[in-house]
Design a protein around this ligand. Structure first.
Ligand code: XMP
Length: 511
């Protein structure tokens, strides 16, 4: 593993992802970890991330000099670069010149790190202090207007660093520089491939689970599907999957779970079809929060009933969850792979149902989950599915939910998705809610007659994490096609409108 030490900027996760893109496994540790704790993980290399502070600031996070003497290769980035220079006797000075954003960078000596990088190239900087002279034994490799020494290396001691942020996409040759460090200076081998990820996870799961049984809830989404497929590969029929079909999924999704997923994995699946219950409980409800509460409550109730039934026949020890690495890092965790912790009341399950939790995806980023899904032979549509909210179509019908309205929205959504896919834009758009304004009517004309139908809203958005989003600039031709098809093919819909609101102020979903 390569340990990325987080100095508190937002870049550590991005660095860890870039290292994994180079097919080397990486994990994040906080800067408060001691050199001994870091060394205990037996890392192949250490990367010091950027941080918000000056190395001279009071209370600035320090780098334990012992880190450089353990014989482990170290790469310093931005703050990590300056901290390395300071710790090893280089000269870090306040030049009074700050550099932010794109910066022209000149190669002084290519060395190993900057081999095959052009003589001048653009990097993305964010620093106040700068390194004036490299520590003894190091070769200075590059400079900028504000940073006399912008990169250095000591290949002998396997130490190197750069002032810029090679992990951000605005830095040219960033991945190349990082890979030079990983492969040539640190001697890492690029063996973190989807096949190896699967092998590792399978071995881990077998060790943890032994001959016990595992329960896994399927939602139709990619995370739970990949978790289940991994578990199935590891423990076969000791895994039981439960799928609660609440009748609020889109066209083809329930079938995808019931047929395609089972066909691809041969997993044991218990389907609890409770669409009728959901429709009854949602009858006449228009308030979004009330809808969500009802759906949450009924979902847990159905899952609980299914679980009790299975548990009565064959006691189950573990419950699988599709937790991903970013959640683990953000909640301050980060220890080891496929961690387990004792837990009850998971996701609202009652106290008397006790499970140990198993999280087979807890070391993976989303793109790795998709790669693993493809490796395990899951259907493409499942692996690349866009995010879809748990409450499903119920929060995309503005007004009360009825079977009739669900049918209308399902058709419209299916057309919009199909055309987005045909245009080859499905993976460029984060997600595209299709919303039925069921309580709104407008006048239209179709054929020779007046119509009085409902509008459909298209809500394409681009995003990185759904916390913020922008409206997706779909080509007019595509919008026209979707609009024409929906108004022609879906009864009771005579108007298609486009939502051009960013988040904030709008949320992605309408309810
Ligand atoms: P909003 O509408 O809050 O949505 O901008 C942000 C992201 O979360 C999804 N979403 C949900 N996902 N249960 C879920 O599993 C929910 O209740 C829920 N509400 C919103 C939404 O689709 C978007 O990706």
């Amino acid at each position: 593993t390569v340990i990325v030490i987080d100095f508190g900027a937002q870049y550590a996760q991005l660095i860890a992802r870039r290292v994994r893109e180079a097919r080397v496994f990486s994990e994040i540790m906080p800067h408060t970890a001691t050199a001994a704790e870091v060394a205990a993980r037996r890392p192949r290399a250490i990367i010091l991330s950027g941080g918000p502070q000056s190395v001279y600031a009071e209370g600035a996070a320090q780098v334990d000099p012992a880190l450089f003497e353990a014989g482990i290769p170290v790469f310093g980035i931005c703050y990590g670069f300056q901290a390395m220079a300071a710790a090893l006797g280089g000269d870090v000075a306040r030049t009074g010149l700050s550099e932010f954003g794109r910066t022209e960078t000149t190669v002084v000596t290519a060395g190993t790190l900057l081999r095959e990088v052009p003589a001048t190239f653009r990097t993305w900087m964010s620093h106040g202090d700068s390194v004036h002279s490299a520590p003894a034994g190091f070769t200075a490799l590059a400079s900028t207007a504000g940073a006399p020494v912008a990169a250095f290396e000591d290949v002998e001691r396997r130490l190197a660093g750069v002032q810029w942020h090679p992990e951000v996409m605005h830095s040219e040759h960033g991945q190349q520089v990082l890979e030079h460090f990983l492969y040539e200076i640190a001697g890492c081998t690029p063996d973190w491939t989807p096949a190896n990820i699967v092998d590792d996870a399978v071995a881990q799961i077998r060790t943890i689970v032994g001959d016990k049984r595992v329960l896994c809830g399927l939602s139709g989404g990619v995370d739970s599907a990949v978790a289940a497929a991994l578990l199935h590969k590891a423990i076969g029929d000791q895994l039981v999957c439960v799928f609660v079909d609440h009748g609020l999924l889109r066209e083809g999704e329930a079938e995808q779970v019931e047929q395609d997923f089972v066909a691809a994995t041969d997993v044991r699946l218990v389907v609890k079809n409770v669409a009728e219950v959901f429709l009854r409980e949602l009858d006449g409800v228009t308030d979004p929060e009330t809808k969500r509460k009802i759906i949450g409550r009924e979902f847990i109730r159905a899952f609980e009933v299914a679980t009790r039934e299975i548990n009565a026949d064959e006691p189950i020890e573990f419950l699988a969850q599709g937790t991903l690495y970013p959640d683990v890092v953000e909640s301050g965790g980060g220890e080891g792979a496929a961690n387990i912790k004792s837990h009850h009341n998971v996701g609202g399950l009652p106290d008397d149902l006790q499970f140990k939790l198993i999280e087979p995806l807890r070391t993976l980023f989303k793109d790795e989950v998709r790669a693993v899904g493809a490796e395990l032979g899951l259907p493409e549509a499942m692996v690349w599915r866009q995010p879809f909210p748990g409450p499903g179509l119920a929060i995309r019908i503005i007004g009360a939910v009825t079977e009739d309205r669900l049918a209308i929205l399902r058709r419209a959504d299916s057309i919009a998705r199909e055309e987005l896919e045909n245009a080859g834009l499905y993976r460029d758009i984060w997600q595209m809610p299709v919303v039925l304004l069921a309580d709104v009517r407008s006048v239209g004309v179709q054929g020779d007659g007046r119509t009085y139908g409902h509008p459909i809203v298209l809500r394409p958005v681009t995003s990185e994490d759904a916390m913020t989003a922008d409206w997706g600039r779909l080509p007019y031709d595509l919008l026209e096609k979707i609009s024409t098809r929906i108004t022609n093919e879906v009864r009771d819909v005579n108007r298609v409108v486009l939502d051009v609101t960013s988040k904030p102020p709008g949320t992605i979903e309408w309810e």
